[in-house]
Design a protein around this ligand. Structure first.
Ligand code: SAH
Length: 226
């Protein structure tokens, strides 16, 4: 391991401990699963942040990644991953690739991850990082996540990393019976919601915590990407 890798590994370990603690203290829930924490330990977050933020890569906070988007806070990544309850054979759909950090965490736990990003330059950068990390079970697409990924559906789990005003029906339709959707919902204040799809196609909703995600946009309301 190079000296820089060692420093990053030590910082990553400290970050995971902080995430574990703040999940307990601030969210007041059962402990995060060892599998979710192991995935967080395994993914080099510093490879997903722009060079000017390298020094903050392992702080438990979101960071700008350009195009007015952010890499999610590690605590939220851990929580959403935990809520998906992934098994090794699961196929996951993710909306809002962003930096690709959350995608890489999911890729450690599931059989395959299908990830959609509406902002092409972000999608391309993330795809390069996946190749660099040898993550061969990640499939990327540039497009509007509202449409989901019908050719690869149905999914065992769906994670949405941008907030729509309400739960998109199209995504529920791509969820397997017994599957879980984890999504921030709301146009002013947002709630993180878990939707469980029962075998009779009925759904059970659970509100988890208030969150603050970027809005989920539609293809035709994209402002200039600068
Ligand atoms: N979890 C990511 C952060 C995602 S930020 C990370 O850790 O890096 C949310 C992302 O959702 C942004 O990159 C934004 O461009 C994207 N997004 C917004 N609306 C979308 C849509 N309709 N379809 C796909 N991606 C969308």
């Amino acid at each position: 391991m190079s000296a820089i890798d060692e420093v990053m590994a030590a910082q990553r370990e400290a970050m995971v401990r902080e995430v574990e603690e703040s999940a307990r203290e601030h969210i007041g829930r059962r402990p995060l699963s060892p599998r979710a924490l192991a995935a967080l330990r395994a993914v080099p977050r510093h490879l997903f942040v722009p060079p000017q933020h390298l020094g903050n890569a392992y702080r438990n906070r979101p960071l700008p990644i350009g195009y007015r988007q952010t890499i999610s806070q590690p605590l939220i990544v851990a929580l959403m991953t935990d809520l998906l309850g992934l098994g090794p054979d699961d196929r996951v759909l993710e909306i809002g690739t962003g930096s690709g950090y959350q995608t890489a965490v999911l890729a450690r736990l599931a059989e395959a991850v299908y990830t959609i990003e509406i902002c092409a330059p972000l999608a391309e950068r993330a795809a390069r990082t996946f190749v660099e990390l040898g993550l061969s079970n990640v499939h990327t697409r540039v497009g509007d996540g509202y449409l989901g990924w019908p050719e690869a559906a149905p999914f065992d789990a769906i994670l949405v990393a941008a907030a729509p005003p309400e739960i998109p029906r199209s995504l529920l339709e791509q969820l397997k019976p017994g599957g879980r959707l984890v999504i921030p919902v709301g146009s002013g204040s947002q709630q993180l919601i878990v939707v469980e799809m029962r075998s009779d196609q009925s759904t059970v909703l659970r509100e988890i915590i208030p969150v603050c995600f970027v809005p989920m946009t539609r293809q035709n309301d994209r402002p200039d990407e600068s």
